[in-house]
Design a protein around this ligand. Structure first.
Ligand code: ASP
Length: 333
């Protein structure tokens, strides 16, 4: 008996088609995606559902909470795992959110395509086949949410889209991929590390959290605007390991008196510093004056973690403890 795999189509390039000289738009439902890959029938008993038909910048947190409900339901009905087909633009964010809210051992695999079906060499069918292979793979249980693209397996917590159109657009930082595919076989070479599932009510209202970047010569006025606009948290992508000009630092510290302010690195990878630089606006200064370190989470992921925490009603201490646990799940006494 082949394992049952639930496929949920969300849209994205893998599902895009178009006519004439104009570009492509989301058009293909889940059945069309599955029918295009006859080899799936050798791997799993696939049950496909068109869940949304969106370009992925339009995916929202309520969409993802509804998707999480549907995945849980499919697993409760006997699915061994689930595959989500999705636009690549926000795929890393969807994977990260699902990984934070699903408390499942069943493998959940997000995939998509860089080349749409109208182009020569579309990658969607191969990615979908690999994603189903991984979702049906026994040892993938307990690894949380993963992204499969271009014959590679990435953990939701590390994956990033790093190219606009190259089929090798996805990478994992600070660690590399968890595994790969070879001649149809799943190869798992790493473990993603402990999971931190959050208890967020599925009907909780999304909470706006701004993601800003420190840039040379900027006066930081967007921080004021973010507060005036009603953002309830700020993630600042600082330079390097956690730095800003002292006048921007002062604005961040003022903001931290009103809403949680998390500092990530605009480099997109590497752990934030804690005890190296001590100029005004350095990481030592910003942390001492109330900012929260994103640890090794990039700005996109830190923003989603803060959003989910605020949606869960977490207080300041819980927010700080949760971010701290991401850096070091078992701090030395
Ligand atoms: N370029 C995107 C994709 O890969 C469009 C989107 O994210 O929906 O699907």
């Amino acid at each position: 008996m082949l394992p049952k795999i639930a496929v949920f189509a969300m849209g994205g390039t893998i599902a895009m088609a178009g006519q004439g000289a104009r570009g492509v738009t989301p058009s293909l439902g889940a059945d069309a995606l599955v029918e295009a890959v006859p080899q799936l029938a050798e791997v799993a008993a696939v049950e496909a559902e068109t869940f949304r038909l969106l370009p992925s910048p339009e995916v929202t947190i309520p969409d993802l909470f509804a998707l999480a409900d549907a995945i849980e339901h499919a697993v409760a009905q006997g699915a061994h795992g689930a595959v989500v087909t999705h636009g690549t633009d926000t795929m890393e964010e969807t994977a990260f959110v699902l990984d934070r809210i699903l408390a499942l051992d069943a493998p959940v695999v997000v995939t998509g395509a860089m080349r749409n079906p109208t182009l020569a060499g579309p990658d969607g069918p191969a990615n979908l086949l690999n994603a189903v292979r991984l979702a049906a793979h026994g040892p993938a249980r307990g690894l949380g949410v993963m992204v499969v693209m271009n014959d590679e397996i990435h953990a939701a917590r590390f994956v990033q889209k790093a190219e606009t159109s190259n089929p090798a657009a996805f990478r994992s930082r600070p660690l590399g991929p968890l595994g790969w595919f070879a001649e149809g076989a799943v190869r798992l070479g790493g473990l993603p590390g402990p999971r931190h599932a959050l208890a967020v009510a599925r009907d909780a209202e999304p909470v706006p959290v701004a993601l800003l970047t420190v840039t040379l010569g900027d006066d930081g006025r967007l921080i004021d605007h973010a507060l005036d606009a009603g953002y309830r948290g700020i993630v600042m992508e600082c330079t390097g390991g956690g730095h800003a000009a002292h006048w921007v630092a002062d604005k961040l510290v003022d903001a931290a008196g009103r809403v949680p302010v998390v500092m990530a690195s605009r480099t997109g990878a590497g752990e934030m510093l804690r005890r190296t630089y001590d100029f005004k606006g350095s990481e030592i200064d910003l942390l001492a004056r109330g900012l929260i370190s994103a640890g090794w989470l990039d700005g996109l992921k830190a923003r989603l973690l803060l959003t989910l925490l605020l949606m869960s009603g977490a207080d300041d201490a819980t927010i700080r403890a949760t971010f701290a646990a991401w850096v070091d799940p078992a701090p030395a006494p």
